[in-house]
Design a binder for this molecule. Structure first.
Ligand code: SF4
Length: 428
């Protein structure tokens, strides 16, 4: 096998229908660069156009790139890819996560995992330097993604890294997310793709694979240049003294706003970016500025545990509130306390009903556009500019950052991490 610098060298393939597990050399796919390149190659070669996102024939792929594992860049990043149920019409999409799961996979000797088929019963995958096993996940099915992660760590050891879906994924909610260590979450509906395969989690045991760079000196220069571009900016938009602390992903200078929150009862978890923003303003308006306490953090954790994309929840809440104001949807018809938007009670009811497909939540589980189409009565018009705003066209548009224009033109989804990575250095 030829040496591929920056790669661990192997790609694992797991067929959940037959139980067959095999390993291929990453060099077999080497003409396609990076995690997304490898995932796109698998999708292009193996997933026919007529295959639906939730069909067993869809490939669910977990990939890292050649920079993962080399500290100094955003080198924690890794991807979950495949045909996405959150897109309409469905198409190949990606979800980009940080934390520690990706580098742990690489330390175990794998650049990626390709999952195909559908298991007869709920299973999880245990991956280590010695290979992989498909294990029974009957005791994990019905649990939240955070609960699943903690249960597997208790069983397998704290060093194990876990990516899991919550109840939303099991119930094939189109905006179901995946959640990994350090509360790294990924959208594009891949939680539902895990659910469709009856794959509850992928647990990876840390290994000792050594990575080589083709030109270590040049890599060090690039790390220094990157640090210089970042400057000494200390992003503190979400910081609350006494409540929060910096929580950077593996190997990252961490100059974004990634922080963890500590609630009054000792509960901890991520609290940054969109996951923080979805309920911060709403809760402040409902409880009164400064009295919202831990509520926005609790809502972030709620979404993470049920395994629902916070941005999709944000759009859903805005649309429901518009429809309620206009008298198009009522509390009686939806069974939701729509007049209490911003309260913990409202968020708990909404997220639970969507994740468990309870009552009106079953309709919402299809996503805002399909739900509005099914309801009719002018509710579709109330979506208006919500999706446009949610996709960041105002903040990151090509008129402000010319390079971002190219990304909007060529990307399969809102490329939020790449938009950040371009915009933040340019802002300095
Ligand atoms: S910039 Fe922030 S979110 Fe991105 S890898 Fe670094 S710490 Fe993680």
């Amino acid at each position: 096998m030829s040496v591929l610098h920056g790669y661990a060298g192997n790609i694992l393939r797991v067929d959940l229908s037959s139980g067959r597990i095999s390993t291929a050399a990453t060099s077999d796919y080497a003409s396609f660069v990076g995690g997304r390149g490898l995932a796109a190659r698998v999708h292009w070669d193996e997933v026919m156009p007529e295959v639906g996102a939730l069909d067993p024939e869809n490939r669910l792929t977990f990939f890292t790139g050649p920079l993962a594992g080399f500290a100094g860049f955003g080198s924690s990043r890794w991807l979950v890819c495949g045909k996405s149920p959150a897109t309409d019409p469905e198409h190949f999409c990606h979800s980009n996560l940080g934390g520690t799961w990706g580098v742990t996979l690489k330390s175990a000797g794998y650049d990626g995992i390709i999952v195909q088929g559908q298991a007869e019963r709920p299973v999880y995958l245990l991956v280590s330097q010695d290979g992989a096993q498909i294990r029974d996940a009957g005791h994990l099915w019905g649990k939240g993604a955070i609960e699943t992660r903690e249960m597997l760590k208790a069983e397998l050891g704290a060093d194990v890294n876990v990516v899991a879906c919550g109840q939303a994924g099991e119930n094939l909610v189109v905006m179901a997310s995946v959640l990994a260590d350090q509360d790294s979450s990924g959208s594009s509906g891949f939680g539902a793709v895990m659910g469709s395969k009856r794959l509850k989690a992928v647990a990876v045991v840390k290994g000792g694979t050594r990575l080589t760079a083709a030109n270590p000196a040049r890599l060090r220069d690039l790390v220094r240049y990157y640090a210089h571009l970042q400057g000494d900016r200390d992003a503190d938009y979400f910081t609350v003294p006494g409540k929060t602390q910096r929580d950077s992903c593996w190997g990252c200078p961490g100059l974004c706003g990634r922080i963890a929150w500590k609630a009054a009862d000792g509960a901890e978890g991520k609290y940054f970016c969109q996951s923080a923003l979805i309920y911060q303003i709403r809760a402040a308006q409902f409880y009164g500025q400064g009295k919202e306490g831990d509520v926005p953090f609790r809502v972030t954790k709620l979404c993470d545990n049920y395994g629902i994309d916070t941005m999709a929840v944000h759009v859903m809440m805005s649309w429901l509130s518009r429809c309620h104001r206009e008298g198009l949807l009522t509390e009686e018809a939806t069974g939701l306390p729509l007049s209490k938007g911003g309260s913990l009670e409202y968020a708990e009811a909404l997220v639970r009903r969507i994740a468990l497909r309870e009552g009106f939540g079953g309709l919402l589980a299809q996503g805002v556009e399909r739900a509005a189409n099914a309801i009719g009565r002018g509710t579709r018009e109330k979506i208006g500019d919500l999706l446009h705003k949610a996709h960041g066209v105002d903040q990151y548009g090509g008129r402000t950052y010319i390079t971002n224009g190219l990304m909007y033109a060529t990307e399969v989804r809102m490329p939020i991490q790449h938009l950040h990575k371009t915009s933040i250095p340019v802002m300095q």
